[in-house]
Design a protein around this ligand. Structure first.
Ligand code: ZN
Length: 148
């Protein structure tokens, strides 16, 4: 973690030690499992969709600090948004982590920008993006996710 820099480290550690929405939703309407074999990160994401909006979201699982922090930030950023908006946030986040030098949509990213430093550590990108692919899979109903 030390190599990610102090700014990122502080925010990541906060989300890692006190993750937001770290719970199972009994009334979830969409759920999916995600697994990152490179690091061993596992996540189960629970989403309650009501009237095309994300009424509630929670996650459980075990993984490294980056995977937990990213999942925690995901739940904060998509809760209360429409499904379409959640997919836009995924796209902005995906571009940030996979396209070096791309113009970033800072309005859409919000606090997620703090994870941008991960792009310098290719093996950790899977950790950061796991929860997001899992979210898309849950919304699409396309089954478990394994990053490769
Ligand atoms: Zn990881």
């Amino acid at each position: 973690m030390a190599d990610l820099g102090d700014l990122y480290q502080e925010i990541l550690l906060e989300h890692n030690s006190r993750p937001k929405n770290f719970r199972q939703l009994e009334d979830a309407t969409a759920t999916a499992d995600g697994f990152n074999p490179l690091c061993g990160d596992k996540i189960t994401l629970y989403i309650k969709v009501e009237d095309d909006a994300i009424a509630d979201v929670g996650f459980q699982g075990a993984g490294c600090a980056i995977s937990r922090a990213s999942a925690s930030m995901l739940t904060q950023s998509i809760k209360g948004q429409t499904v379409g908006r959640a997919q836009e946030i995924f796209q902005a986040f995906h571009i940030m982590l996979t396209e070096p030098g791309a113009d970033l949509d800072y309005d859409t990213l919000g606090d997620l920008e703090t994870l941008s430093g991960v792009i310098e550590f290719p093996t950790r990108i899977k950790c950061a993006i796991l929860a997001w692919h899992t979210m898309i899979s849950a919304l699409d109903g396309s089954g478990p996710v394994t990053t490769e």
